[in-house]
Design a protein around this ligand. Structure first.
Ligand SMILES: *Cc1c(COP(=O)(O)O)cnc(C)c1O
Length: 383
């Protein structure tokens, strides 16, 4: 209520995807649901609760604020792991609330020791290793020192995991880099164990690595994009379809983004539509206004290019996408009426607006388009 558009999230599609993804895992490998970026736009609270009901009990987030949002809505037995930045105050909060977190530098390790000691409770940490992405992570030269800090403070730490992240597992172009990273990872783990560290689990794989490199599964995989029904890259999709006996895409999209017709207007031939002169009616036209614009994540680059669905027909965007309104041509669509449902993304009848087509037109990646869906569009769970 009181929103000009809303995003539906499908429970049955998620249950279907999770079943497919878990079937890809090596025996004994745990499944962690990656829900950073507001659950790739699906809404952390709504998606997290839904995934839990679909049997997911491990969640990976980027930041403490995402962890907090999830922690408020999930039962106690779900594990939450922060893979990204965490400041000093947040460390204390995380330890007190049994939130696990990555340690990617010696300074974070020392700060975690301090926080754990003052709480008299061990920090549940994952040592994130630099293996070749050159982004974040403890370098090989820092590992002996890190191990010393941990061994010196046995009350302060529980080393729940050792992790790394691959620099481009979605493209076989990067195969040498990925396998080099995995080798360096195993060498580093061996050196940490040799130092006397007790380590509970190893995890490295994102969606693409899970599909393309089964040897990266280890104790846990961290799956983001594929849960939401999208492939990491066309290559990962084609590779799977090449080895699968089934010819249909095993993933289903969860998202439908919907609005409705706000106003209808007949425009005589020759008139310009919207701001400026980018669209001129080439015949008498019927134009529908939709109360969604770039302030709501409908990119301005879809001006005169995008499409929406109304009454199971495609209606092209005409003119410039405004901040809060866009216009579409509904001239050929029978019986269009005020308040008709409009699908901006997703399915209506037999028609589909895919994120890929949407993203291609606006030159965004799946990941980017999804995470840019604004926080304040309501997410509604449907079956
Ligand atoms: C985002 C992320 C993932 C998940 O990546 P997908 O390609 O969405 O599966 C896994 N691990 C880390 C560290 C990440 O940042």
């Amino acid at each position: 209520m009181f929103h000009s558009s809303y995003i539906e999230i499908s429970r049955s599609a998620l249950a279907h995807n999770i079943t497919f993804l878990k079937a890809q895992l090596s025996p004994g490998t745990r499944f962690s649901s990656v829900i950073k970026g507001n659950a790739y736009g699906h809404g952390i609270e709504e998606f997290g609760q839904l995934a839990y009901t679909c049997g997911v009990d491990h969640f990976s987030v980027f930041s403490a604020d995402e962890a907090d949002r999830l922690h408020r809505v999930l039962p106690q037995d779900a594990t939450i792991m922060i893979m990204g930045y965490i400041d000093d105050a947040e460390l204390t909060w995380a330890i007190a609330n049994d939130i696990e977190f990555y340690v990617f530098s010696l300074d974070r390790l020392e700060a975690a020791a301090k926080a754990a000691k003052s709480l008299r409770k061990p920090a549940r940490i994952h040592l994130d290793l630099e293996t070749g992405m050159n982004r974040i992570g403890l370098g090989t030269n820092e590992l002996p020192h890190a191990a010393d800090i941990i061994i010196k403070e046995p009350q302060a730490f529980e080393v729940v995991g050792i992790s790394t992240h691959f620099a481009g597992a979605e493209s076989s172009e990067n195969e040498d880099r990925v396998t080099g990273q995995l080798n360096r990872f195993h060498l580093a783990v061996r050196s940490l164990r040799h130092k006397g560290l007790s380590i509970q689990s190893l995890h490295t794989a994102c969606s693409a690595a899970m599909m393309a490199y089964p040897e990266t599964h280890l104790d846990m995989v961290r799956v983001g994009i594929m849960q939401y029904g999208f492939w990491s890259s066309p290559e990962i999709y084609q590779r799977y379809m090449g080895i699968s006996t089934d010819r249909t895409d095993p993933l289903r999209r969860l998202i439908n983004w919907k609005s409705h017709v706000m106003s209808l207007k007949s425009v005589p031939v020759g008139e310009f539509i919207g701001y400026g002169q980018s669209f001129q009616a080439s015949s008498d036209m019927l134009i529908a206004a939709i109360p969604v614009g770039y302030a709501w994540g409908f990119s301005r680059s879809l001006s005169n290019q995008g499409q929406v669905l109304i009454r199971s027909y495609r209606a092209p965007v005409v003119g410039i996408v405004n901040m809060n309104v866009l216009m579409v041509d509904v001239t050929g669509i029978p019986n269009v009426a005020l308040k008709d449902e409009v699908v901006l993304l997703g399915k209506q009848g037999n028609e589909h607006i895919t994120v890929a087509s949407f993203a291609e037109l606006s030159t965004q990646l799946n990941y980017e388009l999804l995470t840019r869906l604004p926080l304040n569009i309501p997410r509604i769970v449907i079956d």
